[in-house]
Design a protein around this ligand. Sequence first.
Ligand code: HEM
Ligand SMILES: *[C@@H]1O[C@H](CO)[C@@H](O)[C@H](O)[C@H]1NC(C)=O
Ligand SMILES: *[C@@H]1O[C@H](CO)[C@@H](O)[C@H](O)[C@H]1NC(C)=O
Ligand SMILES: *[C@@H]1O[C@H](CO)[C@@H](O)[C@H](O)[C@H]1NC(C)=O
Ligand SMILES: *[C@@H]1O[C@H](CO)[C@@H](O)[C@H](O)[C@H]1NC(C)=O
Length: 502
Amino acid sequence: MTLLLWLSSWSNISVLGVFLTVFTVLVDFMKRRKKWSCYPPGPVSLPFVGTMPYVNYNNPILSFEKFRKKFGNVFSLQNCWTNVVVLNGYNTVKEALVNKSEDFADRPYMPIYEHLGYGHKSEGIVLAKYGHVWKELRKFTLITLRNFGMGKKSLEERVTEEAGFLCSAISSEGGRPFDLHLLVNNAVSNVICTITYGERFEYGDETFKKLLTLFENSLNEEIGLLPELLQVVPILLRIPGLPQMIFRCQKEYIDFTEMLIEKHKETWNPAYTRDFTDAFLKEMAKGNEAEVNGFNRTNLSFVTSDLLAAGSQTTSTTLRWAFLFMLLYPEIQSKVHKEIDKVIGRNRPPTMADQANMPYTNAVIHEVQRCGDIIPMGLPHMTYRDTKLQGFFIPKGTTIITNLTSVLKDETVWKKPNEFYPEHFLNENGEFVRPEAFLPFSAGRRACLGEQLAKMELFIFFTTLMQKFTFVIPEDQPRPREDGHFAFINSPHPYQLQAVPR
Ligand code: HEM
Ligand SMILES: *[C@@H]1O[C@H](CO)[C@@H](O)[C@H](O)[C@H]1NC(C)=O
Ligand SMILES: *[C@@H]1O[C@H](CO)[C@@H](O)[C@H](O)[C@H]1NC(C)=O
Ligand SMILES: *[C@@H]1O[C@H](CO)[C@@H](O)[C@H](O)[C@H]1NC(C)=O
Ligand SMILES: *[C@@H]1O[C@H](CO)[C@@H](O)[C@H](O)[C@H]1NC(C)=O
C-alpha cells in the first residue's frame, strides 16, 4: 500500500516534471530569436540564459575582446531573451550613429529604474524612448542651457567664477600632497547645480560629500551580473523589497534631488527665472499643450537629475585624467605652461576666446579625452526600425552597444592609439585639427547634449589651474597608474599630487 502510494506520488512528480520541462522549453523556444538571414554572428546561445554565461560581468572588457577577435566588428549576444549587437571600430560606429542616425536613435527600456518612478509615463532625456516628447525636452534643454543669459551671469562667467574658487581651495592645501578628487568634483557639480537648481555647495560641505558618495555607489550598484539579469528578466524586480535593497543609493540620490526641486517651488516667482528648474516650471505653467510635450512635474525631476548625473561625474573624471597625465608627462605640462604664459599671461583669467589661439593646450585636452575614454561602451542604444549595417540585418528593438573605446583607439585611424600623444590633434604646422574619429561624446541624434558646456568647463578649469600651479608627484608617492578603473565610467585610480604655485 505504502509502496503503491509512493509509486503514484513519484509518477505524479515525474509527470509534473515532464510537464514543466516541456513547458519551459516551449516558452524558451517561443521567446528565442528567429533565425534571420544575415544577422550578425556571435557565440552560441543557450536556452534561457542566452550568451550570458560567456561574459564576465565584473570585467566585461576581456570577454568582449575575445568575441571581437572571433566574430569581427559587428557581433551579437543574447542576454536571456534580449538581443544585443555590439559595434566596434570607427567605420561601423559612424555608419550606425551618423549615416543611419534615426535607425539607431532609440533607447532600451530600463525596468531597473522603475522603483525610482521611471516608466512609460516619465523617462527624462537620457533614457527616454526616441520620439516626440524626447525631442521637445531635448530641444528645450539645449536652448535653455545655451541662452543662459537668464539670471545675472552668463554660463562662461559662472564657470570662470567656480574655477577661481577651485584655485583658492587648492592654494589652501599649501603645496602639501592631496587627492584632487573631491574638490574637482565639487567644483564641476557646482556648475551644473547652479544651472539646474540654483544651488552651490561650499567645498567640504557634508551634504555634498554625501551626495557624491551616493552617486558613486549608485554607479557601482549598476554593474555586475545581477543588475544585468534584472534588466533582462524584469519579473524578478517584482520580488518585494528587492530593487530597494539592491539600488538603495540610487533611491537616496533621487530623493535628494527631489528635495531640491520642492524647496524651489516654494520660492518660485514666475516673473523671474533663476535657473533651469524655474524655466521648466514656467513651461509647465503653460498648461495642456506643454503637458503633451512632456513638461510635467515627474519629468522635471528626471530631466534635472539626468543633467546632474550626466554632467558632473563625466566632466570631473575627465579633469582627473587631465591632471594625472600632467603628472606623468612633465614635458607636456611645461609646453602647456609656456603656451598659457604666451597667450594669456599670469594676471587675467582664461576665457573661451583664448582657445582659438592655444592649439597645443587644446590638443592636450582632446588627447586627455581620447585616452581617458571615460564612457568606453557609450550608452546603450536600440534600433528604432529594421535596418542594415555593414551588410548585416539588425531587426527593430535590438539593443545596440557602441564600443567607443574601439573608436577612440582605432588602430586604423590613430598613429599611436595607446599612448598619450597630443600630436594626434596637431597638423605639421602646429595647428589644431580634429580627426573625425574623436567621438568621446558619441555622435548622431543621441550625441551628448552637454558637449558645449563640457568643453567650456574642461578648457576653463584646466587652463585656470595650469596657469596658477605646477603639478608634481609627491616624493613619497609611487608613479600613479595609467590604466583605469571601470564601473560604467572609466576613471583613474586614486592618486595624490602636489600643486606648486607658479
Ligand atoms: C566630458 C564630459 C562628457 C562626456 C565625455 C559625455 C559623453 C556622453 C556620451 C558618450 C553620451 C551618450 C551618447 C549616446 O547615447 O550615443 C552622452 C549623453 C548625454 N549627455 Fe554627456 N558627456 C559629458 C558631459 C555632459 C554634460 C556636462 C551634460 C549636461 C549638461 C551632459 C548631458 C548629457 C545628456 C542629457 C545625454 C543624453 C542625450 C540623449 O539621450 O538624448 N553630458 N554624454
Ligand atoms: C571595445 O574595443 C576594445 C578595443 O578593441 C576592446 O578591448 C573591448 O573589449 C571592446 N569592448 C566591447 C564592449 O566590445
Ligand atoms: C556615410 O555618409 C557619408 C557622407 O554622407 C558617405 O561618404 C559614406 O560613404 C557613408 N557611409 C556608409 C557606410 O554608408
Ligand atoms: C515625460 O517624458 C517622457 C519622455 O521623456 C514622455 O514619454 C512622457 O509622456 C512624459 N510624461 C508626461 C507625464 O508628460
Ligand atoms: C504628470 O503626469 C502624470 C501622469 O500622466 C499625472 O498623473 C500628473 O498629474 C501630472 N502632473 C502634473 C503636475 O501635471
